[in-house]
Design a protein around this ligand. Structure first.
Ligand code: HEM
Length: 316
């Protein structure tokens, strides 16, 4: 395999990632907690049962959830306070989301409250971080599980000049198709959020009352054989030969409440992949096929999944 050009112009990516600098502290905190306490910091699906939402101390599901929630709240409020102070004293060199949100004013000149800032950061943390990280894990798995996919992704990256710019990476057709297929075969969100009828509705002679809940199963849709031939096979080329409609392919949901971060997530995945593959050699530890597990509301790679990573030798 020829050496890939080193991607030098990742300033856009770094800028993007720095934008999220403000959520790094809570993330690092959670990682440290997970390393120390293991599964204790894994919130279980039991918290979704209303009758279990009782605080019976830190060893009960709800009690543990409240404890973690409070710890994360405290960290985020500390971060907001530090940054407010730094901006007030002209000491902040940050250009990330938190600084931008802190400096934003509405039409009456009013800024956001700490509570509002907290909620925005939590949204970015949970809707934007975990999803994209899981999608990247799958992407690296598929690229290294299937030699033909690996060959084609590397060939395409090799074809780029050195000092390539971010848009060149974003427009690579095979990388784009591989990412789309990654999000098709194991969609990170197995279903959309619920939609609730505000008035009665009939769909194909089925009558539904007001207040009926609907959730679209993205996983089932993406595995329909009449839409995706050999739906259980990973085949990026299907996205090179066909444009799927919004009703056939929806890793980011659909309609008015479609994911607001979809464009950012796709760009981030492309830039991260190109950067990592150009600098490191990765390999799967096990050659066995990997099946998804449920993590919170997402479908993710199992915690046992491992890859090795080695810096590429640079030509001197
Ligand atoms: C690969 C990465 C991602 C996947 C697979 C994904 C998937 C989804 C899905 C399926 C929904 C529900 C849409 C619906 O019910 O129709 C959603 C909603 C949402 N996502 Fe993402 N997402 C990703 C990345 C991001 C990022 C990077 C951000 C923000 C930076 C983000 C922010 C949101 C928000 C705020 C919502 C709620 C939108 C609303 O209710 O109006 N997501 N996402």
């Amino acid at each position: 395999m020829p050496n890939l050009p080193t991607v030098k112009s990742t300033s856009g990516l770094l800028r993007t990632l720095r934008m999220f600098g403000s959520i790094v502290r809570p993330l690092e905190f959670m990682e440290r907690r997970k390393a120390k306490y293991g599964d204790f910091y894994q919130v279980t699906f039991l918290i979704f049962f209303t009758w279990l939402q009782k605080d019976w101390g830190k060893y009960s599901p709800w009690g543990r959830f409240l404890l973690i929630k409070q710890e994360i709240r405290t960290l985020i409020y500390e971060e907001i306070e530090d940054r407010r102070e730094a901006i007030a004293n002209n000491q902040s060199e940050y250009r990330d989301i938190l600084s931008l949100l802190l400096m934003a004013k509405d039409e009456t000149g009013e800024g956001m409250s700490d509570e509002e800032l907290h909620d925005e950061l939590i949204t970015l943390l949970f809707a934007g971080h975990e999803t994209t990280a899981s999608a990247l894990t799958w992407l690296f798995y598929w690229i290294h599980y299937l030699p033909e996919v690996n060959r084609q992704v590397h060939q395409e990256l090799d074809s780029l000049e050195e000092n390539l710019d971010n848009m060149a990476i974003a427009n690579l057709p095979y990388l784009d198709a591989t990412i789309k297929e990654t999000l098709r075969i194991y969609p990170i969100a197995a279903g959309t959020f619920a939609r609730v009828l505000t008035q009665p509705m009939s769909i194909r002679n089925h009558q539904f009352d007001t207040d009926t809940w609907f959730m679209i199963s993205i996983y089932n849709l993406h595995h329909q054989e009449d839409i995706y031939l050999n739906a259980d096979r990973f085949m990026p080329e299907r996205f090179l030969t066909k444009n799927y409609s919004n009703y056939e392919y929806m890793p980011f949901g659909g309609g008015n409440r479609r994911c607001i971060g979809s464009a950012l997530a796709l760009l981030e995945m492309k830039l991260v992949t190109a950067t990592i593959l150009s600098r490191f050699d990765l390999a799967l530890v096990s050659k066995r096929p990997m099946l998804p597990v449920r993590r919170g509301l997402t479908l993710a790679a199992p915690a046992s999944f491992k890859m090795t990573i080695k810096a590429k030798k640079t030509a001197s």
